[in-house]
Design a protein around this ligand. Structure first.
Ligand code: PEP
Length: 220
């Protein structure tokens, strides 16, 4: 079995670079993808980002392009997170443009969905997306589980993982996200068959995050 892909989404935390450095240095020896806020990316040399703009550059005040992320050493980018769909009103149309530009720039995209129907809409600009999906991972993130402490049952998550895998090429990793902790991490990998985890709140506690990695990646 390939080592699961474990992704930390720090969201809008922590408040200072000093705290970010402390957290990052505790977890950087793990093989995890760490997605801090943009302003910390270069200082930390982090390998993941939480979002990206849909153009390579130009008159778009406040935006961060995929080329800038590449230049900062970023390899992975989260696209279509439910918090961006909700608070920034990102539509599937917008997300599909972000996926395309990010993939074209050579970034690895972690596309977040909570419904199967979003996959087709968010990948519509990718030619032959059913066949050619290098550099793509899908994260199944049920809305009720994100940041609520109410994780999806292993049974339901497994059904969704299978349904997603029917839609896309087998080689595309499918991740689970939503109230993952060190107690439930193993089940999503070993029992539900996910290829990785997207971790929000628990990734802000270094020990808990390292315990998640151990539980998910190393056999007992
Ligand atoms: C997330 O933000 O993608 C997430 C899964 O958050 P949490 O782990 O806090 O539920």
């Amino acid at each position: 079995m390939k080592k699961p892909l474990i992704v930390a989404n720090w969201k809008c935390n922590p408040a200072t670079l000093k705290e970010a450095r402390r957290l990052f240095s505790a977890v950087k020896r793990t093989k995890a993808v760490v997605c801090p806020p943009f302003v910390y990316l270069s200082a930390l040399k982090a390998n993941g980002a939480q979002d990206v703009f849909w153009e390579k550059g130009g008159a778009y005040t406040g935006e961060i392009s995929p080329l800038m992320l590449k230049d900062a050493g970023v390899k992975y980018v989260i696209v279509g997170h439910s918090e961006r769909r909700k608070y920034q009103k990102e539509t599937d149309e917008i997300i599909s443009k972000k996926v395309k530009t990010a993939l074209d720039a050579g970034l690895r995209v972690i596309l977040c969905v909570d419904k199967i129907s979003q996959i087709e809409k968010d990948l519509k600009l990718i030619k032959n997306w059913k066949l050619k999906t290098e550099n793509l991972a899908i994260a199944y993130e049920p809305l009720f589980a994100i940041g609520t402490g109410k994780p999806c049952s292993i049974k339901k998550a497994k059904q969704m993982r299978k349904a997603i895998q029917k839609k896309i090429k087998k080689s595309v990793p499918v991740l689970y996200g939503g109230s993952v902790n060190s107690q439930n991490a193993r089940g999503y990998i070993r029992e539900a068959g996910f290829n990785g985890l997207l971790v929000g709140g628990a990734s802000l506690k270094a020990k808990e995050f390292i315990d998640i990695i151990k539980a998910a990646c190393y056999p007992k």
